[in-house]
Ligand binder design. Structure first.
Ligand code: ADE
Length: 243
């Protein structure tokens, strides 16, 4: 999968050149192509912005410069994402959908914004990473690249995604490793029992319990199996405010 990132601050993306994403790039599973919008300014001072028509504070990024940066990377199947607090909130479903794309162009805004005419021309989708305002689209773009890359085949081990929070609609069950006793707290007996069916049941109960306590809003859209409904009935009394 190829990410073309249009940004004024390519250095900020050093943060996603490590660990799993580093390996994914080395193995050519993903490619992150950083494009400095400033390189496309024809102004002798490499100016990319100007004052807003109509007055007001701040500067607006010019449409012609962004257009040239865009044209330098655009392929017939590119999908253009504009990182903006006005966009649709990123969630796991969206992440999974975007991971099916071959070429994503991610446009990062800064200052007061980008001239509306180029946004209208090239943007397919506006995406926000939450209801708060950051100084620019670079951190959100990194969040998007990280979350989407995890779904690209080969980036993670096969079963990693299946059991994690959100991917099946519930939060994750708690995990334990050695030592068996840490500061007088023992690992739950069932995990040491070697009884796979009981371990599965316990994990399911813990996942439902954690979701009830921490993110009850997720339960509305969750399709409970009969076995899970039974578990939910049993733990109802242990969870405050669960219907
Ligand atoms: N740019 C500034 N704030 C943002 C946010 N919350 N999400 C995406 N892009 C942004």
């Amino acid at each position: 999968m190829n990410f073309d990132v249009l940004t004024l601050f390519p250095e900020m993306f050093d943060g996603i050149k490590h660990s799993i994403l580093e390996r994914a790039q080395e193995n050519n599973l993903i490619n992150i192509n950083l494009v400095n919008i400033r390189d496309f300014s024809e102004n002798k001072h490499k100016k990319v912005d100007d004052t807003p028509y109509g007055g007001g504070a701040g500067m607006v990024i010019k449409p012609d410069v962004v257009n040239k940066a865009y044209e330098s990377v655009c392929k017939p199947n590119s999908r253009v994402i504009y990182m903006s607090p006005q966009g649709k909130n990123l969630n796991q479903k969206m992440v999974e959908r975007l991971s099916k794309e071959e070429n994503l162009i991610i446009l990062c805004g800064h200052y007061e914004g980008i001239d509306q005419r180029i946004l209208d021309k090239i943007v397919d989708e506006e995406v926000s990473i939450g209801d708060y305002v950051l100084t620019g689209g670079e951190l959100p773009a990194m969040v998007l690249i990280d979350s989407v890359s995890r779904y690209v085949e080969g980036v993670l081990k096969k079963d990693s995604i299946k059991e994690e929070s959100f991917s099946n609609g519930l939060l994750e069950y708690p995990q334990y490793t050695r030592p068996e006793v840490f500061e007088n707290v023992k690992v739950p007996d069932v995990l040491l029992s070697g009884h796979h069916e009981n371990i599965e049941k316990w994990r399911k109960k813990q996942a439902i319990f954690a979701t009830c306590i921490k993110r009850p809003d997720l339960l509305k859209n969750y399709n409970f199996t009969d076995q899970e409904k039974e578990i939910l009935e049993k733990i109802k009394n242990e969870v405050p405010n669960t219907k």
